[in-house]
Design a protein around this ligand. Structure first.
Ligand SMILES: Nc1ncnc2c1ncn2[C@@H]1O[C@H](COP(=O)(O)OP(=O)(O)OP(=O)(O)O)[C@@H](O)[C@H]1O
Length: 729
């Protein structure tokens, strides 16, 4: 960030602070490149002049609703503005066209009631306070007026409020495009009620969020010519499968398991269920209940939502029967068998749970037992049956549980889509993307790799749509804009997805080669990317690798990459379930055409995800995007706590926000130009005049000396011209 040039003794400034990110104070001395600052918290700090930023002493005490209205556009100014607004429960702030939403961690019903929706309906952007409804309104109006599809990209870290924001967007779009007074299940009702269904099966309590979505989601609302919702489709991405079998304290498994254990007694009896503490897949963590959540009520609410979405009672019974079967399956334990590397059921309890699983899945108990402890290998000469040791049998059990659960989740998504129905005649859509934000933990595995790959893609999309568009315009108009150049992330994306030779391709190769281990995979990466600026091999490690992402460097542990990337169903499991006498269960395991052909195609989670992302990007590229950046103000998930360091970290890492700061950086030393332009904008509001003024400024200022001022002015003029254009529409 470039420091300001006009700091003098007596200036009020912001200086960096390890505890608070930024603190304010007054300059008491300047010696050479150093400034001495008396901070408001009583410390005297010496800092480099380049790292000190002017503070606007006349800023309104409640902050400004758009960051571009700040006199000084810099990081401490932005942070302070968000903090001031948050204190007043003003959780929304614009940065130009981008909405920043700070999670209030408390219900603010007045913000989202029907009265509020009525207010935003038809209101021009910026006319009312910043709001999710305003973003949905802009998207909807743009769609109606320009006949173009729009999308709203909601990003942020876990617990920042993406899902809640998405729900508000959907509610508002359903309000605008819904059929009020229509009897029966409308498309919009079904879309809204699909949320609780997906949440019951795809959300769980994690350390960072009590209701964390463990999958990504893109909801596409289709509209007819008159702007009514005529169809919808939900696309989901990468459900976290490992959670079905493995949880750590104080997290929980997927909500549906606890709901079913709290179902009315007759249901529990039917499924032979009891206390969640008695199930291995649930009792690895001591957390069973969520504060303020009644699982019995949630069970009934989920069933009601399923009714609305169009899932029949029979199907609902089958769904919960499968959920119960997974719980019983998790309690099947193994002991060493008589032969080497073989196993048997551990005890009578395991036998009971195995029988219960078989009964619920409507398959043969002996076949289930064999599918868990034996493997059949077909060679050209003979058919060999191999037994599994207890550890491998446990692995086989967990693999079966994960496969069944993920197939069940996919079934639900398909059912929702079929039931809501698609409108083949719809020409325009509004898509809402609620997808995991950038992640960097102490230990990062394949999941983080995929999540960060997604964020790189979204970052590229943002670059292309916002900056490249601007750049193209400037280039066309022969304006030098070199100092707003941004770091392109094409090279990281190549490193990840290039075919052949990218990380995903190398991982697939490793998975197909039987002798590969995570070590040989890591060695291959080291060798391939030894000259890449974006790749490093951490010293002393033989299996980890680091990628320099747009939001920072992340070190990945390659140890489980191979296992997690393999996307196949054990043949014995497939054969077992396809033979189920229950059509629902058998239907979860259809035999694919390629499986029946002689050449079995290798399929990997990474490659499939890459294709899904490609298709998502194609959809997004055909729409006019809008951005909402959700921010989590604290890690204790409580209202009224705004932790500066936490927030700044998110703003620096976030898709879009990072780029916003680029503009801010570019503008920062020239803040007085902002004031001048604000004055001009306040005086002028005619569209034609904008264009004229823009050309005039270009002609007058487009010479070497004033180039930087001209670019700032033109940038702002364009922005405001576009906005005034929007309002005229
Ligand atoms: N606008 C809001 N009003 C009130 N509470 C909110 C709002 N946004 C978020 N919250 C609270 O924060 C919690 C976390 O929000 P949410 O589940 O939307 O986060 P997320 O970003 O989708 O997280 P994840 O990526 O883990 O799914 C919610 O359960 C809710 O309690």
């Amino acid at each position: 960030m470039v420091g300001p040039v006009n700091i003098i003794v007596g200036s009020h400034v912001w200086i960096e602070d390890t505890g608070e990110a930024w603190i304010d104070g007054e300059v008491v001395k300047i010696s050479g490149e150093e400034v001495h600052v008396q901070s408001t918290n009583g410390k005297t700090v010496v800092a480099k002049i380049a790292n000190v930023f002017p503070k606007d002493t006349e800023a309104p005490p409640g902050g400004v609703d758009d960051m571009t209205k700040l006199s000084y556009l810099h990081e401490p100014g932005v942070l302070n503005n968000l903090a001031m607004r948050y204190e007043l429960n003003e959780i929304y702030t614009y940065t130009g066209n981008i909405l920043i939403a700070v999670n209030p961690f408390q219900r603010l019903p007045h913000l989202y009631d029907t009265h509020m929706m009525e207010q935003y309906k038809g209101a021009g952007f910026g006319e009312l306070s910043p709001h999710v409804f305003a973003i949905a309104e802009v998207a909807y109006r743009a769609m109606i007026n320009e006949g173009k599809s729009n999308s709203i990209l909601v990003s942020g870290e876990s617990g920042a409020g993406k899902t809640e924001t998405t729900k508000m967007l959907m509610r508002y779009l359903a309000y605008l495009g819904g059929r009020s007074g229509v009897e029966g299940r409308t498309v919009e009702q079904q879309v809204l009620e699909s949320n609780p269904v997906l949440e019951a099966f795809g959300n769980a309590k994690t350390l960072r969020n009590n209701n964390s979505s463990r999958f990504g989601k893109f909801v596409e609302l289709q509209f007819d010519k008159s702007g009514r919702i005529s169809g919808a489709a939900v696309r989901t991405y990468l459900l976290e499968r490992s959670r079905v079998c493995q949880i750590s304290d104080p997290e929980r498994n997927y909500h549906c398991f606890y709901m079913l254990c709290a179902a009315p007694p007759e249901e529990r009896e039917k499924f032979k269920l009891g206390d969640p503490k008695s199930f291995h897949y649930l009792n690895q963590s001591k957390c069973y209940k969520l504060d303020g959540v009644d699982d019995t009520e949630e069970y009934l609410a989920t069933r009601r939502a399923m009714d609305v979405v169009g899932i029949s009672e029979e199907e609902q019974d089958a769904i919960f029967r499968v959920v119960a079967a997974i719980l019983h399956l998790g309690n099947v334990e193994f002991a060493k068998g008589k032969e080497i590397d073989s196993s048997v059921l551990k005890d009578g309890k395991s036998r009971f749970h195995l029988d219960a699983t078989a009964e619920l899945l409507r398959c043969d108990a002996k076949s289930l037992e064999d599918a868990l402890i034996k493997r059949v290998m077909v060679t050209p000469e003979e058919v060999i049956t191999r037994t599994l040791d207890p550890d491998s049998a446990t692995g086989s059990r967990d693999a079966l549980a994960k496969t069944i659960y993920s197939r069940l989740f996919d079934w639900l998504v398909d059912k929702i889509n079929n039931s809501i129905g698609q409108d083949p005649n719809s020409k325009t859509i509004i898509g809402v993307l609620d997808i995991y934000g950038f992640e960097s933990f102490k230990i990062n595995s394949f999941e983080q790799f995929c999540i960060n790959f997604t964020n790189e893609k979204l970052q590229q999309h943002f670059n292309q749509h916002v900056f490249k568009m601007e750049q193209e315009d400037y280039t066309k108009e022969e304006i030098n804009w070199s100092y707003i150049e941004f770091v392109d992330n094409k090279d990281v994306l190549e490193l990840i997805e290039k075919k052949p030779g990218g990380v995903i391709a190398l991982l697939d190769e490793a998975c197909m080669f039987p002798k590969s281990t995570h070590e040989t995979f890591a060695q291959k990466l080291y060798q391939t990317f030894k000259n890449s600026k974006r790749f490093t091999k951490p010293k002393l490690s033989r299996t980890s690798f680091a990628i320099s992402h747009y939001a920072g460097e992340v070190t990945y542990q390659a140890d489980l990459f191979l296992d997690k990337n393999k996307d196949y169903v054990v043949a014995e499991h497939q054969d077992l379930l396809i033979a189920s006498s229950d059509t629902f269960v058998a239907g979860l395991f259809p035999r694919l055409a390629e499986e029946t052909s002689s050449k079995t195609k290798f399929s990997s989670i990474g490659s499939r995800f890459k294709l899904q992302l490609q298709s998502l990007m194609e959809t997004l590229n055909s729409t006019e995007p809008h951005y909402i950046r959700c921010v989590k103000p604290n890690n204790v998930l409580k209202p009224a706590i705004f932790e500066n360091l936490n927030v700044i970290q998110q703003l620096r890492c976030g898709v879009s926000a990072v780029r916003t700061f680029y503009i801010i950086e570019a503008l920062q030393p020239r803040f007085w130009v902002m004031e001048l332009t604000s004055l001009i904008f306040a005086l002028i509001s005619l569209r034609a005049f904008w264009k004229l003024l823009e050309s005039a400024v270009l002609v007058i200022l487009q010479n070497g000396r004033f180039m930087s001022f001209s670019i700032v002015l033109v940038f702002l003029l364009r922005k405001f011209w576009r906005e005034s254009k929007l309002q005229l529409i």
